[in-house]
Design a protein around this ligand. Structure first.
Ligand SMILES: Nc1ncnc2c1ncn2[C@@H]1O[C@H](COP(=O)(O)OP(=O)(O)OP(=O)(O)O)[C@@H](O)[C@H]1O
Ligand SMILES: [Mg+2]
Length: 406
């Protein structure tokens, strides 16, 4: 008997600051919002579980909220993976077929992709994604889909995203313990791109940077394909701890001050403005110049974008991002951050406002929910591309061809 909840698609994002579950309904007219739940993240830091029981508690809370609103149980979900343990690299492989041209079928593609992925890895790493950039048939490069074409040799260039197996497995285990089966794991910026990037940006060359709480995860698209992925170990929490140390105030107060009075450019803050800052221990609170907050935040913002710039430059991609840089994630909400990004990167920079689902509450149309929204768009696209199959490898191979906008 068909599962009565087959038309529901759930995504879970276990972030460093919030855990979010989003349920969408697949209708004849596309995806529609059904429910969501958000809980403060406990027990996870920078994409890694540090306290399993606490992480399970946060996931359960988010799931229960979503189940209540959805009026349906959440049995399976797509899970986002991110954090400093994720790496990206480009690889290349090919297969010769002899002297006579042969028609390229799925098997030939699979052989070429297998050659490209056959590079040595440390035993504790696993491949999250194998993303073809282009196929080369004999001497003809730039082929997006070689199915049915003739050649004597097939080569493929791929981008591989790998993750520490234990880190990924621990997030999966936490979700399983919260009673949900994980259908697939997806590198978060790859999913986020589905919610915030336009296909012309992907063709032209664009970098999407997800500024989370624990880290900044990035992905670069060139000519429609993934060219680069990386993680920069700075996120919104670093801004908060700088304020906590600089203003001598508890972390929770620093977080509030950052959100209410924070600005990445001190000179944009009127000179006479003052802010009351609670002290640690029993000491009385103090009044400080609001500009001081900007003076603490600006160097951290510069450092973040200098690391991003160096990462892109090192990969030879900075100049190729003609479509500019797109910022998502909660930390991108800091006023003035666009100006700093612009001055360091010298590329057009914009904030991301995720594509909404039909009937979605406006509170979800914010940069910190771009990833969980992207996960449902990604899940829908992969499901459409493969029908409802469950074979992991074949689903991965087929979803390779689910190029957005191609
Ligand atoms: N208005 C704001 N100004 C500055 N920072 C903000 C603002 N709103 C949220 N943030 C910061 O955004 C971060 C949370 O963003 P987000 O929800 O995208 O992170 P996450 O997904 O939980 O973490 P990660 O992606 O690193 O696992 C926090 O550091 C928070 O302080
Ligand atoms: Mg995040």
């Amino acid at each position: 008997m068909a599962n009565q909840y087959e038309h529901l698609l759930t995504a879970i994002d276990v972030g460093s600051s919030k855990t979010c579950a989003l349920v969408a309904e697949i209708t004849d007219c596309g995806l529609r919002y059904r429910a969501h739940g958000v809980a403060e993240s406990r027990g996870s830091r920078k994409g890694v579980i540090v306290d399993l029981d606490k992480a399970v508690g946060s996931i359960q809370k988010a799931i229960e909220q979503a189940e209540d609103i959805a009026g349906a149980p959440i049995e399976r979900a797509l899970l986002g993976v991110a954090g400093s343990h994720v790496r990206g690299l480009n690889s290349h492989g090919g297969v010769p077929f002899g002297t006579r041209p042969r028609e390229i079928g799925r098997e030939e593609i699979r052989l070429a992709v297998d050659k490209a992925r056959a590079i040595p890895f440390p035993a504790d790493r696993e491949i999250l994604h194998l993303l073809p950039q282009e196929f080369i048939l004999d001497d003809q490069n730039g082929v997006h889909d070689p199915l049915g074409m003739m050649a004597t040799r097939l080569e493929v260039r791929v981008h591989m995203v790998t993750a520490a197996s234990s880190a990924t497995q621990n997030v999966v285990t936490a979700v399983n313990r919260a009673g949900v089966h994980v259908d697939d794991t997806v590198f978060e910026p790859l999913a986020c791109a589905d919610a915030v990037l336009r296909s012309d940006e992907r063709e032209l060359g664009v970098c999407l940077a997800d500024l989370g709480a624990g880290s900044t995860n990035l992905i670069v698209f060139l000519e429609g394909a993934v060219a680069h992925t990386a993680v920069i170990p700075i996120g919104g929490d670093h801004f908060t701890s700088d304020l906590s140390v600089g203003l001598c105030t508890p972390l929770a107060e620093a977080e509030k001050i950052k959100k209410v009075y924070g600005h990445a450019i001190p000179t944009f803050i009127p000179e006479g403005n003052e802010v009351e800052v609670p002290s640690v221990g029993d000491r009385p609170s103090r009044l400080i110049a609001q500009r001081m907050i900007g003076e603490i935040l600006e160097p951290r913002a510069r450092e973040l974008f200098e690391m991003l710039r160096d990462n892109l430059r090192h990969s030879g991609l900075l100049e190729l991002c003609v479509g500019g840089i797109v910022l998502s994630g909660g930390a991108s909400r800091l006023p003035g951050i666009l100006d700093i990004a612009d001055s360091v990167l010298r590329r057009p920079v914009r904030l991301s406002w995720p594509t909404p689902l039909a009937r979605m509450p406006s509170t979800l149309a914010e940069p910190e929910f771009a990833t969980v929204l992207g996960l449902v768009f990604y899940g829908h696209r992969a499901r459409t591309a493969r029908g409802i199959q469950d074979d992991r490898w074949s689903s991965r191979l087929i979803s390779l061809f689910a190029r957005k906008g191609a």
